[in-house]
Structure formats: structure tokens, C-alpha cells
Design a protein around this ligand. Structure first.
Ligand code: HPA
Length: 285
């Protein structure tokens, strides 16, 4: 069992990072590793060297924490994530997110690859997650609550920050990038869905389906980080097209769309961190 605390991880990272103090966390999903290459003066720490960080076993996910400047903003980037279907304990998901909070990140941007359940939203499109349905039938907060991070019964109302979503929509339109909003349904995986499941998910109100992000959002909101989450649509959901789904195809489309997503993130992080600083100073006055 993994009993390493995020405090131990944060301590090690602080030693390696010296004075560098990240303000914003970024989690890169399938096929989006390239964005990490754009950080200036990167400090790369493999997960295998950080206590409590679990190496990811999934193709398309590298296992590094990268600290550096992106468009002048100090960020901490998780290049690769753990998924519930890997069968690890929930600390594999909660430790990295809580560590980022301890390092000073008050906000987090999560990215993922997802299937679209809406005909008009097609592969290559970006979608801002406005809400989620947790269809994983598990929750990373099950077990003893660590009150130092957050309450026993956290709210998930407004889990996806509406101001961040507004900034992201505006920035996308300035860059001529097509973006919509939608509800993300997380399955446990690792199987892709059946056509009958997709029909049921549509009735439930889902716009996208994927196998990640929701546990991380739960942990991030528990410790009061502000969340922005963006899906890259890599395929139409099963039964909505003739395509036979494979992880290789998902990765291929995610890589093609990575250009738009990278541009968008680079342009919006300045605005997000400025908006955070304003909130901080409002609170202080
Ligand atoms: N289903 C679940 N997760 C996914 C899919 C899908 O079709 N595409 C990308 N991630």
C-alpha cells in the first residue's frame, strides 16, 4: 500500500526546484505531451523519483513532472496521469494533485481525450467541460478524510470555474479556434463503451465520454483549487460512426488537435493567473 504523503513529495520537489514556485498546474492527457516541450528552463523530475507518484503504464502518457515557465507563467506540468482502470489505489491520483497544491498551485488545467456524443461536435474539436457525471462508481475521497486538505463532504457545485470557462471561450474566439461546452461522463474503462451504453449516456445528459479527469477534479476541488478542464474530441462515441475504435487512433487524432489546444492554453494562462491574483488582492483588502 502507498502511504507516502503529498508533503514528502512536495518537500523533495521544492529541494530540486530551488526558488521556482509554480502558480498553475497543468495535466496533459493522451497525445498532448508536446506542450511540455514548450516550457522554458524546464526542471524535469521523473515520477519514479518522487515519493508517492506512480509511473503510468499507458501508451501516450509519459511520467514526468515538469516545472518551467509557459508564456511567462510559472507552471507545474504533469506529463502523464494515472487512471482508475490501472487498478492502483486512489493515492496514485490524489498524491500528485495534492502535491501540486502544496507547491503553490491555486488553479489547475486538466486536459483529456474524449469521444463526442453530439453529432455537431466532431474529431479535432475542443470542448470546455462545464460539469461531469461520475460513472466510475468509485471516488478517490473514499476512506479517512484528510481535513488539512478539505472537508469530509465537499461540494461539486460549480466544480468547473465559470470565470475560467469564460476566459477560455473568449481566448479561443480571438484565436479563431472552434470551442463548445459540454458535460463529460467518466467511465471506469478500460473497455470502450457499447452502443447501448452510449444511447443511455445521451439520455443521462452526457456530451462527451472518457476514462479520466473526474477523480482529479474531485481531489482538486476538495482542496479548493480552481479548475478548468478541456477535452479534445478524438472520435465519435461508439455506434455514432463506422470507425472501429482503437487507442492508436485516439492518440493520432489527439496529436493532430494538440496544436490548437497548445495555442489556446499558452494564450489563456496569463489571463487565468492574473484573474487569480485579483481574487487574492480582493480578499486581502
Ligand atoms: N470512450 C472512452 N474514452 C475515450 C474515448 C471513447 O470513445 N475516446 C477517447 N477516450
Amino acid at each position: 500500500m502507498n502511504i507516502t504523503s503529498p508533503h514528502q513529495a512536495a518537500e523533495l520537489i521544492k529541494k530540486r526546484a530551488g526558488k521556482f514556485s509554480p502558480q498553475l498546474a497543468l495535466v496533459l492527457g493522451s497525445g498532448l505531451n508536446k506542450l511540455a516541450d514548450m516550457l522554458n528552463n524546464p526542471i524535469v523530475i521523473p515520477y519514479s523519483e518522487i515519493p508517492g507518484f506512480s509511473d503510468t503504464s499507458v501508451a501516450g502518457h509519459q511520467g514526468n513532472l515538469i516545472l518551467g515557465l509557459l508564456n511567462g507563467v510559472p507552471i507545474a506540468c504533469l506529463q502523464g496521469r494515472s487512471h482508475s482502470y490501472e487498478g492502483k489505489n486512489s493515492a496514485a491520483i490524489s498524491t500528485p494533485i495534492r502535491t501540486l497544491k502544496l507547491l503553490g498551485c491555486e488553479s489547475i488545467i486538466l486536459t483529456n481525450a474524449a469521444a463526442s456524443l453530439r453529432k455537431e461536435v466532431t474529431p479535432g474539436n475542443l470542448v470546455l467541460i462545464s460539469d461531469h457525471i461520475n460513472f466510475q462508481f468509485q471516488n478517490p475521497l473514499v476512506g479517512a478524510n484528510d481535513d488539512s486538505f478539505g472537508p469530509r463532504f465537499p461540494s461539486l457545485q460549480n466544480a468547473y470555474d465559470s470565470e475560467f470557462m469564460e476566459i477560455a471561450s473568449q481566448t479561443a474566439s480571438e484565436l479563431n479556434i472552434n470551442i463548445s461546452t459540454g458535460v463529460y461522463l467518466a467511465t471506469l474503462g478500460p473497455c470502450y463503451e457499447t452502443p447501448a451504453e452510449i444511447r443511455a449516456f445521451k439520455i443521462m445528459g452526457a456530451d462527451m465520454v472518457g476514462m479520466s479527469t473526474v477523480p482529479e477534479v474531485i481531489i482538486a476541488r476538495h482542496c479548493n483549487m480552481k479548475v478548468l478542464a478541456i477535452s479534445t474530441i478524438t472520435n465519435m462515441a461508439v455506434g455514432m460512426s463506422d470507425e472501429f475504435l482503437t487507442h492508436e487512433n485516439v492518440l493520432r487524432v489527439a496529436k493532430m488537435a494538440a496544436e490548437d489546444l497548445s495555442q489556446l492554453i499558452i494564450a489563456l494562462i496569463n489571463k487565468i493567473t492574473v484573474s487569480n491574483r485579483q481574487v487574492d488582492s480582493d480578499v486581502c483588502t
